[in-house]
Write a protein that binds this ligand. Structure first.
Ligand SMILES: [Fe+2]
Ligand SMILES: [Fe+2]
Length: 228
């Protein structure tokens, strides 16, 4: 295995002010819905939630791109960072689709949720990009918790630790004998990185000093469309 980034599981941004409290409340409401709907079906949970997780980066990239065109200003690297986040989340989806198959009902939920979430997140980003990034920061805190629980399921034998999908071995440069556990570890490290980046963006927009460095990002293949 390549060296895995250490994931600090204790990171939590204390809500400051109304914007943060709205973001935190919204995230906790969605967490409750996800826990009720999926319980411990972590493979299915990952698929449905990754179809949602890949949306904010593309929305943020689009809106920042348009803003920079209008204002003819530099983006400070935000657009590429957000596009990379969207692509990375889509690779999580492409990985977990090899682990579990969504039911017909889940596919219908995905379609409905995408309509609602894309429009709602786009509107939120236009109104308050700070709140939008804080929402993503809190979503990612929850993702880190969920993947930690998934690891526990694997370690305690309640979910089979199957071989890692080929696409995952290629994308994260994992060895040939890598397992699902190895995949969940690198996915969790990705989520921790997104968590810190988005909390950092939200704090920057709020004019708060946020000196904490983002959790390290695992190594990813550049040619992600090529499956070995
Ligand atoms: Fe993800
Ligand atoms: Fe994420």
């Amino acid at each position: 295995m390549p060296d895995l980034p250490i994931v600090d599981l204790s990171v939590h941004h204390q809500p400051h002010g109304l914007s943060d409290r709205i973001a935190y409340g919204f995230t906790k409401t969605l967490r409750f819905c996800a826990d009720t709907f999926f319980a411990k079906r972590y493979g299915h949970r990952a698929i449905v939630l990754e179809t949602v997780a890949a949306v904010p980066g593309m929305v943020g990239a689009t809106i920042n791109h348009l803003k920079c065109l209008r204002r003819m200003c530099d983006d400070q690297g935000w657009i590429r960072t957000l596009m990379e986040e969207a692509e990375n989340e889509r690779m999580h989806l492409m990985t977990f689709i090899e682990i579990a198959r969504p039911t017909l009902f889940e596919r219908l939920v995905i379609i409905g949720v995408q309509w609602v979430f894309y429009v709602a997140f786009f509107a939120l980003y236009l109104i308050s990009p700070r709140t939008a990034h804080r929402v993503v920061g809190y979503f990612e805190e929850e993702a880190v918790i969920s993947y930690t629980l998934y690891l526990k399921e694997l370690d305690e034998g309640r979910s089979p630790n199957v071989p890692a999908p080929t696409i995952a071995k290629h994308y994260w440069h994992l060895p040939q004998d890598a397992t699902l556990r190895d995949v969940v570890l690198v996915v969790r490290a990705d989520e921790a990185h997104h968590r810190d980046v988005n909390h950092g963006f939200a704090s920057q927009l709020a004019g708060m000093a946020d000196s904490a460095a983002a959790a390290p990002y695992p190594d990813h293949a550049d040619d992600i469309r090529m499956v070995a």
